[in-house]
Design a protein around this ligand. Sequence first.
Ligand SMILES: C[S@@+](CC[C@H](N)C(=O)[O-])C[C@H]1O[C@@H](n2cnc3c(N)ncnc32)[C@H](O)[C@@H]1O
Length: 387
Amino acid sequence: MHLREQEQHEEDPQRCDPETVTDEGNLETHSGPELGEEPKAAAFHHAEGHVYPSLLGESLLTFGELLIAEHRKKRQVEFRKMFQLQKGAILQSNWGTIKHDDLVGQQAGKFLKTGRGAPIFFRRASLEDYVLYMKRGPAIAYPKDAANMLMMMDVTEGDCVLESGSGSGAMSLFLSRAVGSRGSVLSIEVRTDHHRRSVKNYERWRTSWALRRGQEWPNNVEFLNADLSTASSLLAGRGFHSVALDLIDPHLVLPTVLPHLHPGAVCAIYLANITQVIDLLEGLRCSALPVLCERIIEVPVRQWLVAPALQKDGQYCTRKAPNLGEDTSSEEESSADGEALFEPGFGNVPYIARPHPEQMSHTAFLVKLRKFVSLKMYTFICLNKKC
Ligand SMILES: C[S@@+](CC[C@H](N)C(=O)[O-])C[C@H]1O[C@@H](n2cnc3c(N)ncnc32)[C@H](O)[C@@H]1O
């Protein structure tokens, strides 16, 4: 587990230090809208110095909300930080500071300038942002993997799901959202410190959500501090639509878990190493548990860099026509101007379009186990029911 944590922090350059500034760099310009520039069709209106939202369901930023601040340089995110809006607090960065008080009452998705003139983009933190930047105990189930686990498990609103270990609480949050207010999640964690961390992360998200939306995030996760392999008494009388396991040696907890999984339902398992997958399958072979291994997958996500090609001076490159005899002097004059940005017409700019040089490589293997009703079990049930 520790190894997995180390590897993944190295692999993901934007996540070396949760909740802190991620990179350093110099002041620069950005390609976003000019500060103070309002949308052409006004999406909000001013009255007596106040901004009022005018889109149905839109709300302005308020204290307690979780935001992401971002500064980009040459298409790269140079600075990204998650923070909670607090009265009197100041957002610090290498590009200058911004008072939290100046953000309250603003629309989300806005650029504000620091005292040093650097534009910082502010938006609300998504659940994906939150789990990536929240304070961690152990490594989390990455959002791309968590999404695939939810699909494997076919999690539906109203489901009752078992999860273990709670870890940092990332998977618990995704499950909480998927089962909704009519569903429930039982999350079991053996380590007290991890148990506490997952509860804190869950509660922090719920609190900020209530402030953002003015309504409660479902209180549908029961966190228990226990060893799943010996938790039969805690599971007594319970039945689950699906199970998500993210712990070492999952084959050791399956005998405890499987009697409580609905027949025909899925147990999805998250494993960092292929050797752990082999151990799991070998464990299943030797224990003859009533599960079929349906799939073993890895979820690759490949980021691409697609953007207009720029010259060193920041001007757009232009497509060169094949006619070598053509006079291109007017183009060069414009680009040498240096003042106004040369705006070639539609289709005249070549694009960079290739896989991004920084990729997050391996995160996990996902194993999909489906419970079947064995003939032996069927006979046992029938005999007991005298059918
Ligand atoms: C990688 S973390 C889980 C991360 C979690 N899925 C998340 O998204 O934040 C694995 C956790 O499983 C816990 N664990 C290991 N064996 C366990 C067991 N037998 N019962 C309960 N928890 C266990 C560990 O203490 C650790 O916190």
